[in-house]
Design a protein around this ligand. Structure first.
Ligand SMILES: Cc1cc2nc3c(=O)[nH]c(=O)nc-3n(C[C@H](O)[C@H](O)[C@H](O)COP(=O)(O)O)c2cc1C
Length: 202
C-alpha cells in the first residue's frame, strides 16, 4: 500500500482520558484533564503523566509542591465534566465546585480523591523529567480505590463497566472502548506454537 509522510506531531491516538488532582498551598483541590498518561512500571506500580510546563497549569504547580497527586478515571457519562476540567484553569475559578464534584483526602498521600470518579490511584511523585514542552511526572501508586460497581467478581477492573473515555487527538473527539477481539498472550502463543511445530529443529 502507498505510504504518505505526515507533518510532525505528537501521535497520541488513542489514549485514556484521565483527571489528575492535587492540593494547592491553601488546601484547595485542583484538577485537570490529561491524555498524556502511561503505565511505566509493574513493580512497584508506577504511572507517568506529561504536563505542559511551558504554559500555566495550576494542577502541575500544586502537585510539584505536595509531591503527590491522584489519578482519576472518568467514565463516558462524565465526558462533559472531564472535558470542562481540560478547558478551564484553576487559576480562574474553582472547577470542581462548579461541576458539583466533591473530594476526600487520600489515605496514603496528601492529595484529593475526586469522589465521583469510579477509579482513583493515589500516587507519590518519585521522578520528574522535562522533555520538550512537557514535564513527565512519575507517580508510584500507593493505593487503588475503585467503585464496587466497576469490578469483576475477582476484584479486577472491568473496562466494560468502567467505560473509560478514549481520547482521539487525530480527530479531536472522544470514543468508547470497543469489543473484545482476542485473548492477549494466547493468540500470539498459538501462532508461535504453530510456527515452532512446523520448524525442522534437527
Ligand atoms: C482531552 C484533553 C486532554 C488533555 N491532555 C493534556 C495533557 O496530557 N497534558 C497537558 O499538559 N494538558 C492537557 N490538557 C489541557 C489541560 O487539561 C488544561 O490546560 C487545563 O485547563 C489545565 O488546568 P489547570 O490550570 O487548572 O491545571 C488536556 C485537555 C483536554 C480537554
Amino acid at each position: 500500500m502507498a505510504k504518505k509522510e505526515l507533518k510532525l506531531h505528537a501521535v497520541v491516538s488513542p489514549t485514556e482520558t484521565v483527571v489528575v488532582s492535587a492540593y494547592d498551598e491553601t488546601g484547595k483541590a485542583e484538577a485537570c484533564t490529561l491524555a498524556f498518561y502511561m503505565v511505566s512500571s509493574h513493580i512497584p506500580p508506577c504511572i507517568t503523566i506529561a504536563i505542559n510546563a511551558t504554559q500555566r497549569r495550576k494542577t502541575l504547580a500544586a502537585m510539584l509542591q505536595t509531591k503527590a497527586f491522584v489519578l482519576g478515571f472518568p467514565s463516558i457519562d462524565q465526558v462533559k465534566e472531564a472535558d470542562y476540567l481540560g478547558v478551564e484553569s484553576g487559576y480562574n475559578t474553582d472547577k470542581l465546585a462548579n461541576i458539583g464534584y466533591s473530594t476526600s483526602e487520600a489515605k496514603t498521600v496528601h492529595a484529593p480523591v475526586i469522589n465521583e470518579l469510579p477509579l482513583s490511584l493515589e500516587c507519590e511523585i518519585v521522578h520528574t523529567v522535562t522533555v520538550g514542552s512537557h514535564m513527565q511526572v512519575t507517580g508510584e501508586v500507593k493505593r487503588i480505590l475503585a467503585d464496587e460497581s466497576i469490578l469483576t467478581d475477582k476484584d479486577r477492573i472491568n473496562l466494560s463497566k468502567l467505560k473509560p473515555i478514549i481520547y482521539d487527538e487525530e480527530q479531536v473527539r472522544y470514543l468508547a472502548v470497543g469489543e473484545k477481539v482476542a485473548d492477549a498472550f494466547r493468540t500470539g502463543m498459538e501462532l508461535k506454537k504453530a510456527l515452532d511445530g512446523g520448524k525442522d529443529n534437527g
